[in-house]
Design a protein. Sequence first.
Length: 200
Amino acid sequence: MPLCPGCLLRVDLCLCAEIPKIVTDTHVALIVHSLELKKATNTARLLSAALVNSEVRLQGSPLHPLNLSQLVSPERDTLILFPENSNPPLTPEFAATLRRPVTLIVPDGTWQQAKKIAAHASMLPGARRLSVPNGAPSRYRLRLSEQPARLCTMEAVARALGVLESPEIEATLTTLLDTMVERSMSMRKRGVIFRNSPLC
């Protein structure tokens, strides 16, 4: 059975019609490595489809060098979400100190790829690096991680928006991710081979 070109699930398991359209004051800028976006297990594609106020920018494309300077605006606070011990966690107390809407920059890729993206974004004037809010262990079962505490990109953004926006938005994104994971696991049990995305 063919795969849906949007969600990359089997067409009988397609998730596209169930993706909500979530409006936020926070602008989510997903900086995705070009190799990562081709993976069927990548969650940035699904996240960008659900968040109306979001965008995807590619890192690692030789034809289109990454330029993040347009993300900085005097009308918005610029935050970089990156899980590093030296970065303080995003907390409700910190969010209460913000006086402007937020642009949330989120690196997406392997650990080394994401680390380079975060370092590049850190050079933006006024940008502050924060780690993912504390919470339950990852529910993402499509990839194994050497660090059990690490989250997939969609979980990290959902948790951040739970602080910056509302718990309801976090819950909606978490439910969407759970559905994607369950259907992907079902495909694996049926012997379906995950293929690279035709979008890149």
